[in-house]
Design a binder for this molecule. Sequence first.
Ligand SMILES: NC(=O)c1ccc[n+]([C@@H]2O[C@H](COP(=O)([O-])OP(=O)(O)OC[C@H]3O[C@@H](n4cnc5c(N)ncnc54)[C@H](O)[C@@H]3O)[C@@H](O)[C@H]2O)c1
Length: 262
Amino acid sequence: MPELMKGKRGLVMGVANDRSIAWGIAKAMADEGAELAFSHQGEAFGKRVEPLAESVGSSFLVDVDVNDDASLDAAFGRIAEEWGSLDFLVHAIAYSDKTELTGRFINTSRENFRNSLTISCYSLIEVARRARPLMPEGGTILTLTYQGSNRVTPFYNVMGVAKAALESTVRYLANDLGPEGIRVNAISPGPMKTLAGAAISGGRKTFRHTEMNAPLGRNATLDCIGGTAVYLASDMGACTTGEIVTVDGGYHVLGMPRFENI
Ligand SMILES: NC(=O)c1ccc[n+]([C@@H]2O[C@H](COP(=O)([O-])OP(=O)(O)OC[C@H]3O[C@@H](n4cnc5c(N)ncnc54)[C@H](O)[C@@H]3O)[C@@H](O)[C@H]2O)c1
């Protein structure tokens, strides 16, 4: 079996548990021979991430809150010290106050707007700036988005705006870093049953609706998302940057649901 990520080292940010999209990506990367470091948000998540990291042969954990510059500096400092370079980075981080992932969009507060966009979008710029000097021979940066960025999805609210900004950020970073051989792409999975997914009101209905109507009749899986991440981060994706790759059973091509489902 070919090991598409053999000899490549990557930092995976955003594993909270074994249902996290970042974990699906980490497993796929490890299966293809990558060496991994993990960032976790705080000690409680650290305890959950530790055994998962161990199961893919990694004991390289760093505690990062993307709102805390010092924790970002420390994490990238350690990578520079221990590895000297980085081949890929996975940014699977998003946050909005749960109370605004329900009800009407018009009630979005300034504080939660600022916080959601800072954590879910601006943090990609922060990590890209720190990863860049560690990628002198080029590298890959991946983030995660959702189609609520360009189509209204019930209760996705401010996260839709944050994901639209994130997708635009992917294009600007891709253009900025392309001449240095650093590729920046996003994967846009359909709804997944994760901690972040559970924060969105009516998440189960969105999951079921997508599954019922998607051309493939199925939702995304951690394995499918992981496989897409391997393609984008490996040399197979060497000519692809600034792209949003959708992994949703084809749901995004629909103009309206099947008649039998209306
Ligand atoms: N679940 C879905 O339906 C779905 C669909 C498409 C895209 N996504 C995106 O996938 C990404 C990963 O989410 P997930 O669904 O795997 O959920 P998850 O809850 O497993 O992961 C979210 C991660 O974000 C981290 N995070 C939040 N605030 C942070 C901060 N201030 N500093 C550092 N880390 C922070 C959490 O610790 C957690 O590990 C997110 O960007 C999410 O928007 C999710």
